[in-house]
Design a protein around this ligand. Sequence first.
Ligand code: UDP
Ligand code: MG
Length: 320
Amino acid sequence: MQKTVSVVIPCYNESEVIDYTVEELLNVTNSIEGYQFELIFVNDGSADDTEAKLLNYSKQHEIVRLISFSRNFGHQPAVSAGIEAATGDAVVLIDADLQDPPHLIKDMIELWEKGYDVVYGTRENREGESRFKLASAKWFYRILNYLSEVSIPLDTGDFRLMDRQVVNQLNAMPEKNRFIRGMVSWIGFNQTSIRYQRNARFAGETKYPLRKMLKFGLDGILSFSVKPLKLSIIMGFISSGIALLMLLYTVYVRLATDHWQSGWASMLVAMLFIGGVQLISIGILGEYIARIYNESKNRPLYIVKKNLGQKNDDETSRSS
Ligand code: UDP
Ligand code: MG
């Protein structure tokens, strides 16, 4: 039996480019022999005629499917819906604006057949983006990687192929603030990358204004690191340490010299002490909140790849 590959394309107000995208994807998938394809377009509440166009294509071509949201929910929810609806043995995520070259799907499939479970595209070069976007993206991926407990590949977006077993794990993760590229890293299995030049947008303009970029960046950092929560406990200890030194100095000035003022020492000692205690207390709260947060994400405790020497050696995972 032929394997099926699903391609998920989130679309938000992409009327200007969608005809080219559909055509290009149909061409590419037609040219790859030996596989069945389904193209799942997720219309994320577009206000233009993206939905009408896609509806038309879905009537013309059997492999085109359409999911349409009731309003704009955002890129990551749109991708999640597509992944959930996909029936393929592998799922490819690709943007609707042809920034990620569709012909790479062939290379991704080849690597998948060699045994890789995730093949992600790493951007070697990005054309047609503002300086601000380039610099902020560059720093974002580096800070995220530093903060995160799993290593998340640098300069890598959602353009990727995932094997069915990775997709199943992804679907089983119930968290609401989804940062898919991080979740896929977290899931593990055999992952590899292909490097590519990211083109400029084929038509239209970015659907990621600063506001959405910030939300997305915060989701990434906060979903994959509790280090910001732990910051105050570190600050608490540092400031308490400094306070202790100042405290000793204050007492020394009060007792051993004669240029002190009345009330100065007692007030400063009280202030420094309370400041330190407050920061440490907030830090302790942070530690508890970090634990509650991690529990509430409800990710599996671990994911088993192989379990040899047992009767039932299915891939299994256990919920925490
Ligand atoms: N997108 C979406 N919902 C949104 C914003 C974007 O589905 O709220 C889609 C968009 O149609 C495109 C992809 O997500 O297919 C990436 O968006 P865009 O190209 O505007 O982002 P950029 O490449 O500029 O970061
Ligand atoms: Mg784009």
